[in-house]
Design a protein around this ligand. Structure first.
Ligand code: ADP
Length: 273
């Protein structure tokens, strides 16, 4: 059970002067229960790839499978069902927090699913615990009184309250301070502990590396590396050491070396640029 892309390409505005090849022939697997981190420079196709996974975008060619079912041609009710199973949080999801209180905002989605009374209350409390907002302290708070980081956690609690099997996060910690980033990382690890499969896009490589089981590295719409995090990092460090230009990785490896000297990344030859 997993996400599988086979030779997926996506061209925006084909046949027009604005034609852009955003993804080219991507084949990869995101294993169930893992945290998969997708990274690469701005414009490399990360967000496009994420949006293909819940049917928001359709590939120009190639196939997308979720748990063995082909999803790239789905429409109507089947597409709605898919979006419940594969939830996507765009950048700055806190913009979609609109109810007065935290409890009401998180209850909105599950209520649409038909949950009421104690079942609804239990679901809201469970989701709040997942994101690390104790219900006793936060359920009755007004959303307007929360910090940006807390609002983002409320938005994400609303998403997980629908109990999706897959959670897709686009730049989840963008704009957050160190403490809020830490909360968010703990939330993602808790999701994994619950058996949820997480795919996240970020160009903040240090945070991504810290929690991802696997990494996909995109460059100009092409998948240039994929594999278990440690393997990808080791491979990158070898490239850097052998003088091949991978500037983004050079920076990351230096940072990791600085923060976690105990990790053996074979980066002895990496020097500050
Ligand atoms: P990333 O998330 O890595 O920054 P994107 O997936 O947003 O990359 O973009 C990949 C490429 O597709 C870029 O060249 C971008 O300009 C282009 N692109 C993204 N969205 C659209 C769109 N809606 N219409 C046209 N081009 C787009």
């Amino acid at each position: 059970m997993s996400i599988r892309l086979e030779e997926v390409s996506l061209i925006y505005h084909p046949g027009t002067p604005f034609q852009t090849a955003a993804l080219e022939c991507i084949t990869c697997t995101m294993t169930k229960g893992d945290i998969t981190g997708i990274t690469g420079p701005t414009g490399s196709g990360k967000s496009t790839l994420l949006q293909l996974l819940n049917g928001l975008l359709k590939p120009s060619s190639g196939q997308v499978f979720i748990d063995g079912e082909r999803i790239d041609q789905l429409g109507g009710e089947k597409l709605t069902q898919l979006r419940r199973k594969v939830a996507l949080a765009f950048q700055f999801p806190e913009k979609q927090v609109f109810e007065l209180t935290v409890r009401e905002d998180i209850a909105f989605g599950p209520r649409q699913l038909g949950l009421r009374g104690e079942e609804l209350e239990n679901r809201v409390c469970w989701a709040m615990e997942q994101v690390g907002l104790p219900p006793a302290r936060y359920a009755e708070r007004t959303c307007a009184s929360l910090s940006g980081g807390q609002k983002r956690l409320v938005a994400l609690a609303g998403m997980v309250a629908m109990r999706p099997d897959y959670v897709l996060l686009d730049e989840p910690w963008a704009g957050l301070d160190a403490v809020a980033r830490q909360h968010l990382k703990q939330f993602i690890l808790r999701l994994k502990g619950e058996g949820t499969t997480v795919v996240l896009v970020s160009h903040d490589l240090e945070d991504l590396v810290e929690i991802s089981d696997r990494l996909l590295l995109l460059k100009e719409g092409r998948l240039i590396m994929q594999g278990p995090t440690r393997t990808v990092l080791n491979h990158c460090s070898e490239l850097v050491a052998s003088g091949i230009e991978v500037p983004v990785w050079h920076r990351v490896l230096l940072e990791i070396k600085k923060r976690c000297p105990e990790i053996n990344l074979a980066v002895t030859d990496v020097e500050e640029a």
